[in-house]
Design a protein around this ligand. Structure first.
Ligand code: GCO
Length: 255
């Protein structure tokens, strides 16, 4: 029998913002499917702890600490990964931050840092790896969008604008790079329990609202995103391009 199209053996994935939260869940899921993983983030201590856990689970892991808003840092990190570890076959643009405030109270700095990290960072990381993927004639780019690529809620205007832009950047990557053998797609999580959403989970009113607003009646668990990431990282999605797969317990399906 031929190997499964979902098998990631021999492939290497770079996941930005993967010292914790959804990024670490993506790394665990891709490693479980056979990929070697490179963890990225700004906190080297967090990266080392996350890498140790993955190695204990049998994964082949490297770390590459840099800020995704630093183009030179990204280029150097990718060059080092490819020289010392392995070619980057899969890029998961997961790094993201939240700075919640009503638009009229949002500082310019709070606007810029969310756009710079959540949108520009994905652009810069993709530009660091895409030329190398194009030279090899293959590559997978997975942009972690959000249900906020489609809908907004008060106090998250900067985040929604970034994630809406990331949806369209995904399509821009797809239409320019598909002819080179690359596939660029997105994953749009709904509400998942992570460090980023911890204040919301801890808020009884918000927690009740989300559980009522989500048809599945609960928050998502980060490991529930792994299957979609493996699909988009694998040969199973070689003819899928520019698509955003929503993983939200049905939240966007209805009112
Ligand atoms: C919020 C949350 C959301 C989630 C997620 C939904 O403040 O409403 O932080 O933005 O983090 O992005 O997909």
């Amino acid at each position: 029998m031929p190997s499964s199209p979902f098998d990631l053996s021999g492939r290497t994935a770079l996941i930005t913002g993967s010292g914790q939260g959804l990024g670490l869940a993506f790394a665990r899921g891709l490693a479980a499917a056979g990929a070697a993983v490179v963890l990225n983030g700004r906190d080297e201590t967090k990266l080392a702890a996350a890498a140790a856990g993955l190695r204990t689970a049998g994964a082949r892991v490297a770390t590459a600490a840099c800020d995704v808003t630093d183009a030179a840092g990204l280029a150097a990190a990718v060059a080092r990964i490819e020289a010392e570890f392995a070619p980057v076959d899969i890029l998961v643009n997961n790094a993201g931050i939240q700075r919640r405030a009503p638009l009229l109270e949002l500082t310019e700095a709070q606007w810029r840092e969310v756009i710079d990290t959540n949108l520009t960072g994905a652009f810069l990381a993709a530009r660091a790896v895409a030329p190398r993927m194009i030279a090899r004639g293959r590559g997978k780019i997975i942009n972690v969008c959000s249900v906020m690529s489609e809908v907004a809620r008060p106090t998250t205007g900067n985040y929604a604008a970034a994630k809406g832009g990331l949806k369209m950047l995904t399509r821009a990557m797809a239409v320019e790079w598909a002819k080179h053998g690359l596939q660029a797609n997105g994953i749009a999580p709904g509400y998942f329990e992570t460090e980023l959403t911890a204040p919301l989970v801890a808020n009884p009113q918000f927690n009740a609202w989300i559980c009522g607003r989500t048809p599945a009646g609960r928050w998502g668990r980060p490991e529930e995103l792994a299957g979609t990431a493996v699909f988009l990282a694998s040969a199973a999605s070689d003819f899928v391009n520019g698509q955003i797969i929503v993983v939200d317990g049905g939240l966007l399906a209805g009112l």
